[in-house]
Ligand binder design. Structure first.
Ligand SMILES: [Zn+2]
Length: 645
């Protein structure tokens, strides 16, 4: 079976129809240069323009808002303001054909990839840029300068050859930005609409991670440190590429084309507390060779007709934004066919009961979201546990969601006795948090995977949409009353605790580098962004907000969207007299510091009656005493601190 035969019919037509509701980038069309008077490359961010006006004089702001609405209305009426090119056919999409040989026991792999790239820009180009995410270091100076021990704790990706796929001749290339960017020089200029194929050889390695780093106690202590001391956290490539407890995760194992925005390559990679991967969609066909006995799952489904089960397996899928691999000898799975999609839960043998529960929750989430937002273009959706390091509760790829094994707690099993009592007492909270995470992660297949956005520049976009979707899941499955409790537990509670322990209110639409750690990120970005949708829901009603989400989904499927696209979709659904209120809500929740008024005030009583304890002990798993000094902080505190973030 070829990738082109996996064609996603019925996707382009509704997308085109829905596109007019969203002022954003249209399917298969390069970023419009003039949507809102944008300058080079990026669209002007509307509410950032509005914010200073608001603080100067209310009347000026109102005038600006009227202009904004007029602008949006004009965009909708005079469609299109920019040249409407035909939607990109799937056959003109980027394509990766990867051969990967995985040496599970030696923590290494080697491979080659044939990559097809089409120039969808306006100008000819003679260079391609790839990201080698595995080589990103939080502090490049120290990483390169020599700490070999630190370097051994990180994955590595090296290029072994670069050649033309047409005639096999070597192509000149160079590595920049501390080895995170590969520039390939083409022999000839590639003009607009033309495609080229190159072959890259590569090899890589991953670190073995100490199981203690991934224990539940360690996750909890890490959250304590973030809450009490504002400890800084950075995502590192080792968070996504490692082997630990017999499970290997390869999140960024191959060179991947950088995003091209119009004629500009988005080369900049910046470590932060947010997601590091930002790719365009592509079709994938990946052949993986492993030793017998090692079980492999990936972002794509296995193509059994092509696989030689003795030696290798072939995985293929269309329209993926990344391709992640999870492997191990002890992995089990349960799966279910749901309206043509294979939904699979992957877990280690001792977590079977939790793994089955996760499948049931994921099934409910998939059904709810498919009916409310539209069906996903993916044929396989996996939810897997993996021993993620403390500080990272979950992570998402196209077709593959990962939750830290630490939170796969089977409270009915004898092994649970090894956990500190203070954590065992949080059973309802830990279990609800797992359900919240499953719903949130499944929703990321719509918001983040199918519709992309830049997680470094506008992390609030997919985060808030995924969390609001999780609320929708609880409402559909358990009803209104439970949803109110979950909203308090999962969203308002973390903001209240964050403020109680001295965290400052911040605006929620900042780039992810501006947030110190996942605790702050959850309190500000996730909570405020999600509560904005709750507010909009109150203003417009469920049906209008859902229609906006649906239209945004159809209009931006397989594309990279921006906050303005979503704002446009919501405003388009709002009656004329409410449009100003919608614009104001976006502004209030995302660009202002009104959290204490709108969410919760710091809990002075909690803070003063208990006093702030000294800093937590070193982060070692299994240390039953590490949490003792904090036991008196009470139930509310512990419920918050044992959640998946
Ligand atoms: Zn998320």
């Amino acid at each position: 079976m070829t990738l082109d035969s996996l064609q996603l019919q019925s996707v382009n037509e509704p997308a085109k129809q829905a596109a007019e509701y969203s002022p954003g980038r249209k399917p298969g069309v390069c970023r419009p240069k003039r949507t809102f008077g944008a300058t080079e490359g990026r669209k002007r961010n509307l509410y950032r323009t509005i914010t200073p006006l608001f603080s100067v004089a209310r009347c000026i702001w109102l005038f600006a808002a009227v202009l904004l609405l007029a602008d949006i209305a004009r965009t909708q009426q005079q469609q299109p303001l920019f040249s409407q090119k035909p939607a990109a056919k799937e056959s003109t999409r980027q394509r990766y054909q990867i051969q990967l040989k995985l040496d599970f026991d030696a923590l290494s792999y080697s491979g080659s990839e044939r990559v097809r790239w089409i120039n969808r820009g306006d100008r000819a180009t003679s260079a391609l840029y790839f990201h080698l995410y595995s080589n990103l270091r939080p502090d490049p100076a120290s990483g390169n300068a020599g700490s070999q021990a630190a370097e051994a704790q990180e994955p590595r990706l090296d290029i072994t050859q670069v050649r033309s796929a047409q005639d096999g001749t070597p192509l000149p290339y160079s590595l920049d930005d501390q080895g995170t960017t590969l520039r390939v020089n083409l022999r000839e200029q590639l003009s607009t609409g033309q495609s080229t194929e190159v072959v890259l050889g590569f090899k890589g390695s991953v670190p073995e991670i100490d199981p203690d780093e991934t224990a539940l106690t360690t996750h909890v202590v890490k959250q304590l440190s973030a809450a009490l001391r504002g400890e800084r956290e950075m995502r590192r490539p080792r968070d996504l590429n490692f082997r630990c407890r017999g499970v290997m995760l390869l999140g960024t194992s191959y060179p991947v084309l950088a995003v091209r925005d119009g004629d500009e390559w988005m080369r900049r990679l910046e470590p932060s507390v947010g997601d590091m991967i930002f790719n365009e969609v592509a079709n994938y066909e990946v052949n993986i060779e492993v030793a017998p006995g090692v079980i492999v799952f990936t972002s794509a489904g296995e193509d059994r007709a092509e696989s030689n089960s003795q030696k290798s397996a072939v995985f293929a899928a269309a329209g993926l934004r990344d391709f992640a691999i999870i492997a191990g000898r002890n992995l089990r799975f349960e799966q279910k066919e749901i309206e043509g999609t294979t939904l699979r839960s992957i877990f280690v043998a001792e977590h079977e009961r939790v793994g089955k529960r996760v499948l049931a929750m994921a099934e409910d989430a998939l059904r709810v979201f498919s009916s409310k937002f539209g069906t996903l273009p993916f044929k396989t959706i996996n939810v897997a546990e993996a021993p993620l390091v403390a500080g990272l509760g979950s992570t998402e790829f196209s077709g593959l969601q990962v939750i830290a094994s630490a939170f796969y707690v089977d409270f009915d099993s004898p092994a649970v006795r090894n956990l500190p009592e203070i954590i065992r007492e949080q059973r309802p909270s830990v279990e609800e948090s797992l359900e919240w995470s499953v719903a949130h992660l499944v929703a990321h297949q719509w918001w983040g995977a199918a519709v992309g956005n830049d997680p470094a520049r506008e992390p609030v976009l997919d985060e808030a949409m995924a969390s609001w979707s999780a609320l929708l899941y609880f409402k559909e499955i358990y009803g209104e009353q439970k949803t109110v409790t979950v909203l308090q537990d999962q969203l308002q509670g973390v903001y209240r605790l964050y403020r109680t322990f001295g965290g400052e209110d911040m605006d929620a639409n900042r780039p992810s580098r501006d947030y110190r750690n996942t605790f702050q990120y959850a309190a500000v970005v996730t909570t405020k962004g999600t509560l904005m949708f709750v507010d909009l829901q109150r203003l417009l009603g469920d049906e209008k907000l859902l229609a906006a989400f649906r239209n945004y989904y159809r209009a931006n499927l397989f594309e990279i969207a921006e906050l303005d696209d979503l704002r446009g979709a919501v405003i388009a659904e709002a009656p004329l007299e409410q449009r100003r209120a919608v614009a104001r809500m976006f502004n209030r929740w995302l660009a202002n510091k009104r959290g204490d008024e709108d969410i919760a005030k710091p809990d002075q009583e909690l803070a003063t009656s208990l006093g702030l304890p000294a800093k937590p002990n070193q982060q070692r798993g299994g240390d039953r005493n590490a949490l003792k000094p904090f036991a008196r902080l009470g139930k509310f505190f512990w419920q918050q601190i044992t959640r998946i973030r």
